[in-house]
Design a protein around this ligand. Structure first.
Ligand SMILES: Nc1nc2c(c(=O)[nH]1)N[C@H]1C(S)=C(S)[C@@H](COP(=O)(O)O)O[C@H]1N2
Ligand SMILES: [Mo]
Length: 223
């Protein structure tokens, strides 16, 4: 199977992220996703609301910007585009054009995506992985999955989506490893300031230690 440029397949699916030193956040008894920002009213979606949307399955590889790819993951959930058309579009004031979206996790994690990437056909709000409910390691109760973009886009423990009419300020803007705005894996858009190819050797040395660090997570696949 072909991987995007500069990626290496790993066995299993490591837990990863800027949060490895912390346990995942507890799963709320009644999970919700808040929809906020450029809407005429804030909407709070419950699992009952989400269950009204058609179910979708998505078989995809998962590509971390640090160069490892987990292959053949089967995600289940709802299409983010369906969610947007059903719950968001009817609540935009006439003339409002959404340009960027921020996805926020219960751990405070945040990823920002341009409109066109968020509404791509393969973007899901997932609640199951490989036939099982999502574990906390991989983002319970709900996570974004955007297979065409590096993993940092796919916010775990999703609890809020913000809709913006211009690019929101990014505190990491000047960081050398600030994520690329589009983060498309097939274009190797890893970082804003550094070429994707240039950082490959550096990341390659990290894959082993990352695997070791996440060993407490769910490296072992459940199938
Ligand atoms: N809430 C939250 N989502 C997150 C992260 C995080 O630290 N917190 N890390 C991101 C990064 S960098 C990656 S590679 C993937 C890792 O997903 P996994 O732990 O399911 O492998 O989650 C992304 N989503
Ligand atoms: Mo990542």
């Amino acid at each position: 199977m072909t991987l995007p440029p500069g990626q290496r397949g790993v066995e299993g699916f490591p837990r990863f992220g800027s949060h490895l030193h912390r346990p995942p956040p507890p799963v709320p008894a009644d999970p919700v996703i808040e929809l906020a920002g450029a809407l005429t009213e804030t909407v709070t979606l419950s699992l009952v609301d989400l269950a009204k949307l058609p179910r979708r399955e998505q078989l995809a590889d998962f590509h971390c910007v640090a160069g490892w790819s987990a292959t053949g993951l089967l995600w289940e959930g709802v299409s983010f585009e369906d969610l947007y058309r059903t719950w968001v579009e009817p609540r935009l004031a006439p003339g409002t054009v959404v340009s960027h979206l921020s996805f926020v996790g219960l751990d405070g994690y945040r990823s920002t995506v341009v409109f066109e990437d968020a509404l791509a056909d393969d973007v899901l709000v997932a609640d199951r992985l490989d036939g099982q409910p999502l574990t906390s390691d991989h983002g319970a109760p709900l996570r974004l999955v955007s297979p065409g973009q590096y993993g940092f886009v796919s916010a775990k423990h999703l609890c809020r989506v913000e809709f913006h009419t211009s690019k929101p300020p990014n505190p990491d803007r000047w960081s050398p490893i600030a994520g690329h705005d589009r983060a498309r894996v097939w274009k190797e858009e890893r970082h804003r300031h550094l070429s994707g190819r240039a950082v490959r050797p550096f990341y390659r040395t990290l894959i082993g230690p990352i695997r070791a660090l996440s060993a407490r997570g769910s490296i072992a696949r459940r199938r």
